[in-house]
Design a protein around this ligand. Sequence first.
Ligand SMILES: Cc1cc2nc3c(=O)[nH]c(=O)nc-3n(C[C@H](O)[C@H](O)[C@H](O)COP(=O)(O)OP(=O)(O)OC[C@H]3O[C@@H](n4cnc5c(N)ncnc54)[C@H](O)[C@@H]3O)c2cc1C
Length: 289
Amino acid sequence: MKAPAFSYARPISLAEVMSLMTEHGEAARLLAGGQTLHATLNMRLSEPSILIDLQAVNELKGIERVGDVLRIGAMVTHTEIETSALIKKHLPLLSAAVPHIAHRAIRNLGTFGGSIAYGDPAAEWPACLLALDGVVVAVGPRGERRIKAQDFFTGLYSTDLQEDELILACELPLRTGAHAFAFDELARRHGDYAVVGLAATASTNATGLHEVRLAWLGAVSQPYRSTKTEALLEGQVLSDALITQAMQCLKDEMLTDADLTHSAAAKSHLAGVMLKRALHTLNQTATVA
Ligand SMILES: Cc1cc2nc3c(=O)[nH]c(=O)nc-3n(C[C@H](O)[C@H](O)[C@H](O)COP(=O)(O)OP(=O)(O)OC[C@H]3O[C@@H](n4cnc5c(N)ncnc54)[C@H](O)[C@@H]3O)c2cc1C
């Protein structure tokens, strides 16, 4: 199938984007890298009358350190994240996750903001944003607002972003002290969306794991943090008994969804195995900032 007819605008400033959004309302759709939108247009799942292309808007670009956060512009591509020294240094979880996103051609065009806005439960960036306590910076006619990742993803492909808002950037706090991360994903073929994946972070010291974050992709119908299992692990020193307890807690807490190839029970089992591996990694790989 081919996309329905639409008009096309290529604004060069945020102010121009906002004005086009106000003028066209629900009939407009923002175009980032098109790596999801083109497919939905071709399948006629979406029939906007105008596309507002964000490619030329400089305010949405760039990765920069601002105080104690790293700010990633909405139009930063997956490849830019992959090659960024700042990301490698401060947010190595993202560097570990990015090779799992599709293939080179898609990573060259697909954007961080597009992925967060789309809120695919099987995508890597929403889970990483949750694991890193990230904040979405949205802008609309009422000005800017900051939404914590934990409040941003509200359901299957649904987010707290309002019709008249766009994502400007995401802010990810820089860690201090000893911190560790683990990223693991099972996909049918490399580059496919995850069957199940886990983005995990923690601070570590002699008294155990702290600020544990366990964010899942592909497991349930939205990007998901298993907060009960996180709480069970908080402040604990890792042991075989604790790992067994955590795996049981996760099984009870996270009611996995089946997909076309894996039953809910299989996914739950895989998540348990991933949790066990991630906990060992967190325990062994702390780096000091
Ligand atoms: C074959 C294939 C395999 C893929 N595999 C993976 C994978 O394994 N993992 C993964 O995470 N992704 C995967 N993707 C998706 C890819 O990562 C996309 O980059 C991502 O979905 C976002 O697309 P985009 O940035 O091109 O945004 P677009 O497709 O242009 O937009 C997506 C949606 O977000 C909205 N939007 C875009 N930018 C903004 C903004 N700044 N503010 C508000 N709304 C906005 C658009 O209006 C649209 O509704 C795959 C895509 C393809 C085609």
